[in-house]
Design a protein around this ligand. Structure first.
Ligand code: GLU
Length: 445
């Protein structure tokens, strides 16, 4: 069997970290199994679906490296939904209902008032032909419900949650189509999963009750249901579903110079029994991907953990992979020297400026200024070489008797403008003897 997964966002907004995680797991599982990953745009809501979001979803997935093998749009399939609806009507699995929203609301309130669960009472099934004709005459349009089979218990073995049981009599027959002819999510999704050969539906546990209903839809459509994996939801550091998570998406990550590899490494592992590891390559994450490792407790998303992971991953990035994002003149040797000092890629320019100058030297004491004057004189005598720093500091040690911090710190400050930074041994050849000499002369004044 060829595995096929799908990621099915509604293009009514930008992807947030929760959807990104769902997309990632669908993609990873398909990769691991040598299967196919489908992007299905759930754009049945013509008013709220926007082309700009479709494009943003594609771009975000591409940036994360989750490139779909196939793309489908629900808005292109209305004829197919109509066709299947007719079959379900003929089979008695869908029925028209005429209650208004207010009437339904009242029914629910009465049920709740009597201490009963607010399950739809199926009053529409008892309408006589004359009553229906009257409604139609009044210009009332029906909405459509899917008729659950109360005799067949719903069970499945979830790849994360294990054995699941639902009593269909405790569920309302879901509305699948509104009065105005627009589709709700439930039936088109099941029709698509069948037609598109989806073998595994991977989504958040907020869909568990939908799955119960959709399992009956799959059977009513004459199809075997796919496998299901319902993941525990993502929560913020405060342990709740936070509003903040809903607003965190690719653009906010990019603004903070978070690498796609860091997002992938974190979202691949949180909520599983495997540790989060700084890996710049997704291959080992795919190899170890396993629904059996996912827990039932919510996955905790911590922005601080992401930032730290990002830093570790930046320290693993190869020159060839970052070259397009580096200043033109920055070569592989310079990248190696600067890389360990980066918090994120947003720091590259300021470190590169330490190499190319100009640097702003902090105020030095009179003694240190005099010392830097001697350093300038020594530097002038030295040969430019990879050992320039060693040669300079040995000569100065001998000439001034300084050692340790009093020897190194004023030099670092005069040469870089900072009191911390890359290994001077490696940095000084990048700055080069002429520029270093100028900096020393200026700092000595
Ligand atoms: N469009 C649905 C959603 O975003 C898809 C759910 C599913 O994966 O079936 O919730």
């Amino acid at each position: 069997m060829t595995i096929k997964t799908r990621f099915a966002p509604s293009p009514t907004g930008h992807l947030h970290v929760g959807n990104i995680r769902t997309a990632l797991h669908n993609w990873m599982f398909a990769q691991k199994e040598g299967g196919t990953f489908l992007l299905r745009l759930d754009d049945t809501d013509a008013e709220r679906s926007k082309e700009q979001y479709v494009e943003a979803i594609r771009a975000d997935l591409a940036w994360l490296g989750l490139v779909p093998d196939e793309e489908q749009r629900q808005s292109a399939r209305f004829d197919r939904y109509e066709e299947q609806l007719e079959k379900l009507k003929a089979a008695g699995r869908v029925y028209p209902a005429y209650e208004t929203a207010q009437e339904l609301d009242l029914k629910r309130k009465i049920q709740l008032g009597r201490g009963k669960p607010p399950i739809y009472d199926r009053a529409a099934l008892d309408l006589t032909e004359a009553q229906i004709a009257e409604f139609e005459e009044q210009g009332r349009k029906p909405h459509w419900r899917f008729k659950l089979d109360h005799e067949t218990p719903i069970t499945w073995t979830d790849l994360i949650r294990g054995d699941q049981h639902f009593d269909p009599a405790l569920l309302s027959d879901p509305v699948i189509r509104r009065e105005d002819g627009s589709w709700l999510y439930m039936l088109p999704s099941a029709i698509d999963d069948v037609d598109m050969g989806i073998t595994h539906v991977v989504r958040g546990e907020d869909h568990v009750a939908n799955t119960a209903v959709q399992i009956q839809m799959f059977h009513a459509l004459g199809a075997k249901p796919p496998e299901f994996a319902h993941e525990a939801l993502l929560v913020g550091t405060e342990g709740k579903l936070s509003k903040r998570l809903g607003s965190l998406g690719v653009s906010s990550f990019r603004e903070k110079h978070i690498e796609p590899q860091a997002i992938v490494a974190l979202l691949a592992r949180i909520g599983t029994s495997d540790p989060v590891e700084p890996v710049a390559d997704v291959a080992p994450l795919i190899a170890s991907f396993d629904f059996g490792r996912f827990g039932r407790a919510p996955a905790r998303f911590d922005e601080e953990e992401l930032a730290q992971l990002n830093q570790k991953i930046v320290h693993l990035l190869d020159y060839k992979d970052v070259k397009p994002r580096l200043p033109d003149a920055m070569d592989a040797a310079a990248w190696e020297v600067i890389r360990p000092n980066l918090h994120d890629m947003g720091d590259v320019d300021s470190w590169w400026q330490v190499v190319t100058g100009p640097v702003v030297v902090p105020d030095l004491s009179v003694e240190d200024q005099a010392f830097i004057g001697i350093a300038a004189a020594k530097m002038e005598e030295l040969e430019a070489s990879d050992d320039l720093w060693k040669d300079l500091t040995s000569a100065l040690k001998e000439a001034t008797g300084r050692k340790g911090k009093p020897l190194f710190m004023p030099l670092r400050q005069a040469l870089t403008g900072l009191d911390h930074g890359p290994d001077m041994n490696a940095l000084l050849p990048l700055i080069g003897k002429p520029a270093a000499l100028t900096r020393l002369v200026e700092a000595a004044v």
